[in-house]
Design a protein around this ligand. Structure first.
Ligand SMILES: Cc1cc2nc3c(=O)[nH]c(=O)nc-3n(C[C@H](O)[C@H](O)[C@H](O)COP(=O)(O)OP(=O)(O)OC[C@H]3O[C@@H](n4cnc5c(N)ncnc54)[C@H](O)[C@@H]3O)c2cc1C
Length: 338
């Protein structure tokens, strides 16, 4: 059941060639517990893997990669909402489409995000004005060190913008096996995001009148026009988080660059990292095997299927340049391994 020296290139969307010293594909809770037992006996680090769309492999992984293939979805109408339960290995986008096809709203803005259910809480996935935390109910996870199962409520997960407890105090301690979401019967469309407003007005449609299905279709159309498909051009989506800055920093930058793109975020401002990178002249640039996408400056691409070090070097060069030009620190969104 445990393989050795397994090629991870087909299992990460940046198509980086790297190997897992040990590799287990798990289809059931029993198999997961056995794999974790193996990692404990050999004291191996564990990398739970879903769709590989938010990782950068900088070398071979010197431990056990557990490819989660747990399957199963259930939808229960509670009267007030639909309780959706999905196993970690289910594909995120397919689940979104399953709900909208049944006329159930709540997930439509998150259509076409690659990856699996189990990874969605890790960075509190978000797009087009909605984040997982808006509809999240709870999750079940296995504690890697003890093999015990544990439930996490929304508040346990400590969701923030592209962040959760699983990237903080419990980093590398749990494998998520199941996620539950509550999709309210009294659904309200979330169409205030500028790209969605623009899409519906271009198509002469009243945004507020659209159902979950139409909104999902709009999101898919917008995303497909902007973002490269990893199957054609290897990439990991947005490479940097949008930096949160103080009000004074925002106003100082806005004075220097009136066309700066930013959104209020509580007492702070969220700057569009893509705008900063484009303004610094990086869009479309290529260095050896890697580069910055020609349509979307926030997306680093790996058309030459180069090693992870080329991707991280390019990311570091961009971050240094942005700091020098704007005084703003960029933080990568995908996780680097090992
Ligand atoms: C083209 C493109 C567009 C994207 N657009 C968006 C977007 O709009 N919004 C957004 O938020 N993200 C976006 N992403 C990033 C990515 O799709 C999400 O972060 C997604 O949730 C990652 O899922 P995955 O299964 O591929 O995770 P992986 O890359 O396999 O894993 C990511 C991290 O989660 C951990 N992990 C995975 N599964 C589990 C588990 N079951 N238990 C514990 N830890 C686990 C891994 O160890 C790793 O640290 C995009 C990526 C691409 C390539």
């Amino acid at each position: 059941m445990i393989d050795t020296d397994v090629d991870l290139q087909p299992l990460n969307t940046l198509a980086i060639a790297a190997k897992a010293n040990y590799f287990a594909r798990v289809n059931s809770l029993e198999q997961l517990l056995e794999a974790l037992e193996f990692s404990r006996r050999r004291q191996l680090p564990v990398l739970p893997l879903g769709g590989g769309s938010n990782i950068v492999l900088t070398g071979d992984f010197p431990g056990l990669v557990i490819h989660l293939q747990l399957q199963g979805v259930s939808m229960v109408d509670t009267g007030e909402d639909t309780l959706v339960t999905a196993a970690a290995g289910e594909n995120w986008h397919q689940l979104v489409m399953r709900t909208v096809e049944q006329g159930i709203g709540g997930l439509e803005n998150l259509a076409l995000i690659p990856g699996c259910i189990g990874a969605a809480p890790i960075q509190n996935i978000g797009a087009y004005g909605v984040e997982l935390r808006d509809i999240f109910w709870d999750l079940t996870a296995v504690h890697i060190a003890s093999g015990e199962q544990q439930k996490f409520s929304a508040s346990d997960c400590q969701f923030e913008y592209r962040n959760s407890v699983f990237k903080g105090s419990t980093l590398d301690q749990y494998v998520i096996t199941q996620v539950r979401m509550r999709l309210p019967r009294r659904w309200v469309p979330r169409v205030d995001y500028p790209a969605l407003q623009h899409y519906f007005s271009e198509h002469r449609l009243d945004a507020a009148e659209q159902g979950p299905d139409e909104i999902a279709r709009a999101v898919i159309a917008i995303r497909s026009s902007k973002l490269p498909d990893p199957a054609e051009i290897p990439n990991a989506g947005s490479f940097f988080k949008n930096p949160l800055v103080s009000e004074s920093c925002y106003f100082a930058l806005k004075q220097r660059y009136p066309e700066l793109v930013a959104f209020p975020a509580g007492e702070r401002w969220k700057l569009a990292a893509g705008w900063l990178i484009e303004r610094a002249g990086w869009r479309g640039r290529r260095i050896n095997n890697v580069g910055v996408h020609h349509r979307q400056a926030l997306v680093l691409v790996n058309p030459g299927r180069g090693p992870g070090a080329e991707v991280t070097r390019l990311a570091a060069e961009i971050a240094t340049d942005i700091y020098q030009k704007f005084g703003v620190e960029l933080e990568p969104e995908p996780r680097y391994y090992p």
